[in-house]
Design a protein around this ligand. Sequence first.
Ligand SMILES: *Cc1c(COP(=O)(O)O)cnc(C)c1O
Length: 355
Amino acid sequence: MELTTNIPVRKNPYSKLNEVDFDHLEFGKYVSDHMLVCDYGNGAWKTAQIVPYANLSLSPTTLGLHYGQTVFEGMKAFRMKDGRINIFRIDRHYDRFVKSLHRMCMAVPPREIFIEGLMQLIELDKAWVPSKSGEALYIRPFVYASEAKFGVKISDEYRFIIFGGPVPSLYSNPIKVKVETHYARAAKGGTGFAKCGGNYGGAYYPTLLAKNEGYDQVLWTDARENKFIEESGMMNAMFVIGNKLVTPPLSDSILDGVTRNSLLTLAVDMGFETDERPVSIDELEQAFKNKTITEAFGAGTAAVVAPIQTININGGDYNLPAYSIESLHNKLKDQLELIRTGQVADVHEWNCIVG
Ligand SMILES: *Cc1c(COP(=O)(O)O)cnc(C)c1O
C-alpha cells in the first residue's frame, strides 16, 4: 500500500532490541523502540508523531484514570515466509475501534492516522517482528481521556497511542472453564461489544473465584437469565456440535472478534457447516450426554485458539474428547497461519503487507 501521510519521526537513539531474548519470548514483557502518539483537543486531532517509547506523565486528575473512558485494540503483525511483514486485518480492527470509541463518547482517530501511522511504525520497528511459527508482534492501539479536570464529564481531550511488542506462540494445553451463572461480564444495552477498559476490570473478580476452584477461565452467560453462553474469558466461544461449528450470535454483549470472524469464514471455505445461534447451557449439557459435542475452544488474537478440555456446568465437570491435529480448531488455526505468513493465497484480502 502507498502511504499518503508522512508522520514525523523522532528516532530512538537507545534501541533495546539486543536486550530481547527471542528464544524465550514472554507475552507482554517486551515493547519495541517506538510508539505513535497523537493528541486531540479543541475539537481536532493534532499532528501524529512517532517517538521513542517512553513513560507518560499524567495529572492525577486525568479523566481516563477515574471514569473509565479508555478503549483499546489488540492486533498482530506477522513475519511472512519471504521476510516481509504483514499486519492482519487492519481495517476490521480500525472499524471495531471506532465502534468502541463511539460507545464511550470518545474522539475517533482518523483512519489514515491509524492505518498509515501503524504501517510506518511497524516498518520502523520491523526488526522486532519475530519469525518463528506462531510468534508475532502484538500491537496495542489505545485512546484515553487525557483532560485534566476532576468532576464527572465527557472529556474534551484525548491521547491516542500505538505501541507493540514481540510475543510467543501461545499454544496452551487445553483449558478448564466454568460456566458462570452468578456474575455477568456484559448486559444487554451495556458495553460488552466495546473493547473498553472497565469490561476487563469487572471480569477479574469472578475469574479469580473460578481460578481458586481450579478453572482457567469462566464461560460467561447472558446477564438476564444466565442461560445462554456468551464468551470465554477474553475470547469468543466456539463449539463443534453435531459436526457443525457453532458460536453465539453477535449482540451488544458479545465482542465482534476478528478471530471469530476469520475462523467462521475459513470453516465455510473448508466446506464445514457453521451456525451462529444462541447456545444454552442445557443444550451444552445435553450435547455432552449425547456425545454430540466434540470440540470447544476460545478464539482471540492473543492465543488464536485456546482448546477447552473441561467445562463445569452447574457444578459438574464435563470432559471433551481428546483433540488431534485433525480437530477442526487445529485445522482452522493452521490455515490462518498459512494465510498470514503468505504460504497460501490470501483470497479474503486480510493481509496488509508493510514494505
Ligand atoms: C478482544 C476480545 C475478543 C477477541 O477478539 P479478536 O478480535 O479475535 O482478538 C473476544 N472477546 C473479548 C471480550 C475481547 O476483548
